[in-house]
Structure formats: structure tokens, C-alpha cells
Design a protein. Structure first.
Ligand SMILES: *Cc1c(COP(=O)(O)O)cnc(C)c1O
Length: 360
């Protein structure tokens, strides 16, 4: 008997309750829609709903997803100003303020919170303040930050906050969510180019689901993924969000301390305050191919080579979800230490950093 088959239908009440749990997790009173697809669905839906010819977007590029957002914005006929910073750093609120001052017409800002691919994270609270003062909408990709670091959607002035379950939440990749502020709905409603009668339409969800009292689902939900999302939300509530966040912070601190003790690798993101809690990226020394090294390691370890142009020189140690544990971090460091010479005190350094970080 498979537990995945012959399940009773997932009803509207359960679906709405899961949306409310997500709203609590995001610290928002705005509408939350649990979108029935991987997180790229609500990211693309948010951009196509808000963007149009005649609008101007500031697209902040701190990793590969920013490049994707820029392409969607241009496809919508929006004038796009890219603010690109080295992927080994965070963008600062001052840089954003400068870019907005240089382009007063900006009415939409896209930003990624934590970047799992490059291992950096951005100061959203300070950036949100600058964007709000300018009067633009702020879209945030919080897929890799939710449950790994504080995410205060309303307090930070985030109008469109997108999350997925597959990173720190340790949940399914097949459903995702977006919160939509009143300001964002106003803009979307006024946008003749916003998708309507489309799988990418946020307005369809608003009309047929949210505003209709959430009593009848517009189509059959992704039932297994919804059950898994509900289960991982329950698990976070049981552990507490603060403890889940602390575990990710400690995993990053321990990994970074261990890598410093290893010596052979350098941290791709040198500044601790710009380091993401979900993944630590390492530069391999000249002559040590990152892809080859990753291949040679136990495939059960959450270590992979960097993507794209960085594949040869970047290693990524993932520590999100269940992998945000001291055991997993130590197993990763032990495997790396076995590949280099003269690595002393690695485990001790990692354990000490874990203890300090977990205590807050
Ligand atoms: C993981 C992630 C996503 C989701 O993309 P997948 O590659 O499908 O996992 C989106 N944005 C960010 C910043 C991510 O880290």
C-alpha cells in the first residue's frame, strides 16, 4: 500500500489554513497565495503582474536569479536598470539609494534575499526602507532565506515576498508562496498587461479564491505537495522558528570556522555579515578542480561544485533543512580535510563556532 495513493481530496479549508500558516511564517498580514508549482512560478508571476511597458525597474543582481528577473522584466517591455555587485558581496542600502536617485522613474525593485548558489545574503531591512522612501514596489526572492534568517515581510516593506519549501524549510519543491501587499494589488489591478486567465495570473487567484472567501479552490491542488508543506510548517512551529533560524546560523558559522582552520580553501564570501546561512561557498586553490573534487566525495554529503562559470573554482557546502546540523557540517569538513594536507584543529574550530552561534 502506497501512502501517496487514494488520498481523500485536500479541501479549501485545509488549503486556506496552510496559507495562514505561511503568512505567520512571513510575518505578514497581506494576502498569501500558495502557488501550485516550484518557486520560479510565483517569481515570474509577480514580475509579469507588476511590470509593463512604461514602467522602470531597478533589478539588483547579486547572483544568478537576478539575471533571470532582468530577462523577465525586459520581456515585459519594462525599462530595466541593473545594479550588479560582485557575487561574493552583499549590495548595500547606500548603493540602492544611489541607483534610485540616479533613476527617479523606478517604480519596481527586484531583490534576492539569500543566494544559495553564491552563498551571500543582502540587508533587506535597510534596503526596504530606501525603496519605500522612493515609493517603488519591492519584490523579494526569499526562497533561500525563509526559515534560515529573519524575514519580516511587512516591517521591511516587502510588497511581493516569494518563498519555496525546498531550502531551509526542508519541505517540498513543488509548491511555493507569494505574499501580495495592498500596494502591490493596486498596481497589478491597474496593469492591463498583468496575466489574466493564465497559470501565471495572481489576479485569477485574487478574484476566484482570496476575494471569494477561500471556500472553493479554482482547480485541484497539488495535494501531496500541499500535505508536505503543511507538515514542514508544523515541524517549524514545533521546533520554533527562532531555533530553526539559529540552527542555520550556527551551521554557517561552524562551516566558516572549519574552512578557515583548513587553510587550503578561501571563503568566496569573505565578510561574515554577507554570508548566507544556507550555503557556504569556497574557492579552491589553483590546480584543484572543484568539480573533480565534488565528484570524488561521498554523494551523500551536501557538497557540490558551483554552477556555470564558477564550476571549476567554486565548491558549495549546503547546510539547509536537515543538513543544518552539527553532525552534517562536521562530516563535510572531515571529508574536505581528508583531501588536504596539514589540516589541524578543524573539528574543534567548527564545534566552538557552533556553540557560540547556537547560543545567539
Ligand atoms: C533555490 C532558489 C530558488 C528556487 O530555484 P531552484 O533552482 O528551482 O531550486 C529561487 N531563488 C533562490 C534565491 C534560490 O536560492
Amino acid at each position: 500500500m502506497s501512502p501517496f495513493l487514494d488520498l481523500p481530496p485536500l479541501g479549501a479549508a485545509r488549503f486556506a489554513a496552510i496559507e495562514d500558516q505561511v503568512a505567520g511564517l512571513l510575518r505578514t498580514r497581506a494576502d498569501v497565495i500558495v502557488t501550485q508549482g516550484e518557486a520560479l512560478l510565483p517569481l515570474e508571476a509577480a514580475i509579469r503582474s507588476a511590470a509593463h511597458p512604461g514602467s522602470t525597474a531597478l533589478n539588483i543582481v547579486t547572483g544568478p536569479y537576478g539575471q533571470t528577473f532582468g530577462n523577465w522584466l525586459r520581456d515585459c517591455g519594462t525599462k530595466v536598470v541593473d545594479l550588479v555587485v560582485p557575487f561574493s558581496t552583499a549590495v548595500t542600502a547606500d548603493q540602492v539609494a544611489e541607483a534610485l536617485a540616479a533613476e527617479p522613474a523606478v517604480d519596481f525593485v527586484s531583490l534576492v534575499h539569500a543566494e544559495a548558489a553564491t552563498g551571500n545574503t543582502n540587508p533587506v531591512a535597510a534596503i526596504g526602507e530606501v525603496v519605500r522612501a522612493h515609493g517603488a514596489l519591492l519584490m523579494l526572492d526569499a526562497v533561500a532565506s525563509v526559515a534560515a534568517e529573519p524575514l519580516l515581510t511587512d516591517a521591511w516593506g516587502v510588497d511581493l515576498c516569494v518563498i519555496g519549501g525546498q531550502k531551509a524549510m526542508g519541505g517540498p519543491a513543488g509548491v511555493s508562496a507569494v505574499s501580495v501587499s495592498d500596494r502591490a494589488w493596486e498596481r497589478i489591478l491597474a496593469n492591463p498587461a498583468a496575466p489574466r486567465r493564465s497559470y501565471l495570473s495572481l489576479l485569477d487567484w485574487k478574484e476566484r479564491w482570496t476575494d471569494a472567501g477561500r471556500t472553493v479552490l479554482p482547480h485541484a491542488p497539488a495535494q501531496l505537495e500541499m500535505l508536505a508543506l503543511g507538515a514542514c510548517l508544523d515541524r517549524i512551529e514545533a521546533e520554533t522558528l527562532d531555533a530553526t533560524i539559529a540552527r542555520h546560523r550556527a551551521a554557517a558559522a561552524a562551516t566558516r570556522a572549519g574552512v578557515r582552520a583548513l587553510g587550503t580553501f578561501s571563503l568566496f564570501v569573505p565578510d561574515d555579515s554577507a554570508a548566507a546561512p544556507v550555503a557556504t561557498t569556497l574557492r579552491t586553490p589553483p590546480g584543484l578542480d572543484a568539480a573533480g573534487l565534488a565528484e570524488a566525495l561521498d554523494p551523500a554529503l551536501p557538497i557540490q561544485a558551483g554552477g556555470g562559470a564558477l564550476a571549476g573554482e567554486l565548491l558549495r557546502v549546503n547546510h539547509y533543512g536537515r543538513a543544518a546540523s552539527l553532525d552534517t557540517v562536521l562530516a563535510c569538513l572531515t571529508a574536505l580535510a581528508a583531501r588536504v594536507q596539514g589540516a589541524d584543529g578543524v573539528i574543534e574550530a567548527a564545534e566552538a563556532a557552533w556553540s557560540v552561534a547556537i547560543a545567539g
